[in-house]
Every structure is written in C-alpha cells, then in structure tokens.
Design a protein around this ligand. Structure first.
Ligand code: PMP
Length: 395
C-alpha cells in the first residue's frame, strides 16, 4: 500500500518491540510508563460516574462541545487555581489525554521542516508525534536541574524554533525537575526571543517530599509578556486514571481557537461520559486524598528502588534519586569492566526475567547509549527488590 509521505519521517518505536517480550511468564517489568492499576480510586470513580448519569444524563451521553464539557472546564480551572495558575474555564480546552494536546500542537504549529527544540532526552511519543508533522527536532541537553538554559538560549538564537517543548517537572524519562531560577530564565528567554514554550506537566502532582517549584504557567505573572507565549498541558492520567483519557490545554486564545478547530475534525470532542465523570470526581473533593495516597505509595517504591540499585549495581550505575514522577533515569558507568551499553544490558536483563527501557529512543538527536529508564510505579516493593537483584545478576 502507498502510505502518506508524512510517515517516512517516523519509525515504529523500538520500545514497542521490547514490550512484545514482556508477556514472558515471570518477567518483572520496570519498562512501562503506566501508573499502578491497584491505586485507582474505583469506589470514587463509580460514585462519580453514577452521579454523572443521574444528574445530567443528557450532558454525559450526548454529543458535546469540542472545547469540552463546561462543568469539567470549571473544575479544571479551580484545580489549576490550587496550583497557582489563574485561568478562566474558557481559557482551557479538554483534550483526549494530554497526548492529544501534543498532537494538536503539532497540527496547528508545525509545517514540514519547521524546527522544534525538545529536551535530550524527552518523551518518546512527543518525538514521534511532532515528526509526523514534519518537525525537525533539535535537542537541548538536560542535567539534574532540567534543561540547561544557557544551551537552550544558544539553540533558540541559532535555530529560531517554532516552539520549545519541555517537561519541566519530573521529566519523562529524565526524572529531572527544572529549578526555580531556571524556570524564570526560560520565561525571560521566551519573551526576549518571542519563542513559544510548551510545558507538558503530567507528573507535577506526583511529588514525594517537598512540592516542586511552581509550573512555568504559574510563574508567568512574574515575567511580563510571558503568558502569551506559554502553553500548558495537564492530565489526570498519572494521578487518577489514564483510561479516562482526560487532559487539558491552556494556551493563548488564538492558538486555543485553532486547536479547537483541529480537534473538531479529529474526534469532535473528548468522551462526554468521561468528562462528566471527571467533573463529578473533582467536585466530590476526593482528589486531595487520592493525591496523598499515590504520592505515599510511589515515594516508598522510589526509595526502595534507589536503595536496591545502590546495593545491587553499586558504582556500575549512576543516577539521581527522583523527587517525584514515575521514573529513574540512570547511566551505566562501565565501572569494573561492567557493561556500558544499555541495549545489550536490556537483552540480558530480559533473559534474567526483568525488563526496562534503554534510553536511546528518548533522544531526538545523538543518543547516549549508556542510559536507561526504570519505572518504579507498577511493581510492589518485594518485586522491586527481586527485579533489581536480577538486574545486578544480568550486569
Ligand atoms: N506527556 C508525557 C511527558 C507523558 O509521560 C505522557 C504519558 N506517558 C503523556 C504526555 C500522555 O499522557 P496522557 O495522554 O495519558 O495524558
């Protein structure tokens, strides 16, 4: 079959191939980016969906507005206010997961050959999505404090990108969080160069100790002129349920209107039933307890994984203990003559019954072959300990 040329730019993800092996019996997987299904607030969601049907069946089951179900937009506006972002319900649209927001940004902003700056490493699906629209991706390096802003500024000046895509808080896969000082600098850079900054923030609520710095969007009032240049993507996937497919996008009015037009041709609107359920859930007041619960469980798992990695792999692996999110981002050091190629390590690990994702596919440009991503979200502490022991054996 003759496929569209836009597909020439995109390959099936290497990770997908690896995931095929995960069905092997007894495998302990640190590979996925899923939250733990055992943590879903099933009771709360059951009540919310019943209420949605009882109180407004017409709204929950009928076609709806492309921008989103108004009671949910009002709840999301309040939810964002709790996180320091002032946004009217009309200043955001509901998307089918934040993944759709990324797709809409690709559709509305990227023409073939346009340059887009992303972090190196960044979320794999974003790389694929923007490439589908013909984006030429440029990587800005990330360290333990997030994207290196001096390098970012040099790249912006050199390439005049259409926009910059960042995951400033508990990045996927880097786990890194942009410091407050760097956040201010990013906003100043945006204004100085007139560059649009896309802030993807599905993990900001998943912190283990101290809350992370305010989002870029929350900081825009401190930097005059920056609000009109920042797009913020949020999601209920990691904290409540990815299956609901509820995300949202806050953006300048002109962009929001174009994105809404594109969404109309794509899925008409996000499931009204899911939106009405999410609206009832947020209204029920259960969210703070749900957040406290997931933070606690993931914090324990992250602590267990960090300790086990130190114990079982020692100086053969280097990493920063994440302060939130779902991932460890690590680098094989090759110390003691041990393996330093994460692809080879991943194969050996599968043979020993444990899976993780090598880091290379997360780079839009030159990959670091020694890197890897481990998720601590889905395995319990016992499985984490066992899995990391197997990793030690594989190395
Ligand atoms: N952005 C990032 C950084 C992610 O890690 C994910 C999920 N893995 C998404 C967006 C998409 O999430 P969703 O569509 O479920 O909101």
């Amino acid at each position: 079959m003759q496929f569209a040329t836009r597909l020439d730019n995109v390959e099936t993800s290497a990770i997908r191939e690896l995931f095929k092996l995960l069905g092997k019996p007894g495998i302990i997987s640190f590979a996925g980016g899923f939250p733990d299904s055992a943590m879903f607030d099933v009771e709360g969601l059951r009540e919310a969906s019943s209420k949605a049907l009882a109180e407004e069946p017409g709204g929950a089951l009928q076609y709806g507005a492309t921008e989103g179900y108004d009671p949910l937009r009002a709840q999301l506006s309040a939810f964002m206010k709790g996180k320091g972002v002032e946004v009217d319900p009309a200043g955001l649209i509901v998307t089918t997961g934040s993944q759709q927001a990324l797709d809409l940004l690709g559709k509305t902003l990227v023409s073939r050959g346009d340059k887009v700056i992303v972090e190196g490493p960044t979320f794999l699906a974003t790389i694929q999505c923007f490439r589908l629209y013909g984006a030429h991706l440029i990587s800005a390096p990330v360290d333990a404090e997030g994207v290196q802003v001096d390098r970012l500024e040099a790249l912006i000046a050199e390439h005049q990108p259409k926009f910059v895509y960042l995951i400033p808080t508990f990045g996927n896969p880097s786990g890194a969080t942009l410091s407050l000082e760097r956040r201010r600098k990013v906003l100043e850079l945006a204004v100085k160069h007139g560059t649009v900054i896309v802030e993807d923030d599905p993990y900001g609520d998943l912190y283990f100790g101290k809350a992370p710095p305010p989002s870029l969007m929350a900081l825009t009032p401190e930097v005059p002129g920056s609000r009109e240049l920042v797009v913020h993507c949020g999601s209920l996937s990691k904290v409540l349920s990815p299956g609901l497919r509820i995300g949202w996008m806050i953006a300048p009015a002109e962009l929001l209107a174009k994105a809404t037009m594109c969404k109309q041709f794509s899925d008409a609107h996000t499931s009204t039933f899911a939106q009405a359920t999410a609206a009832q859930y947020l209204k029920s007041g259960r969210m703070p307890d749900t957040l406290a619960h997931v933070r606690k469980v993931y914090a324990e798992r992250a602590a267990a994984m960090g300790a086990a990695l130190k114990r079982e792999l020692g100086d053969a692996i280097a990493f920063t203990q994440p302060g939130g999110g779902l991932f460890f981002w690590a680098r094989l050091t090759g110390a003691g003559g041990k393996l330093a190629d994460a692809n080879v390590f991943a194969q050996r690990a599968i043979e020993k019954g444990v899976a993780f994702v090598p880091g290379a596919p997360f780079y839009a440009e030159k990959p670091d072959l020694a890197t890897l991503r481990l998720s601590f979200a889905t395995a319990n502490i016992e499985k984490i300990e066992e899995g990391i022991q197997r990793l030690g054996a594989a190395l």
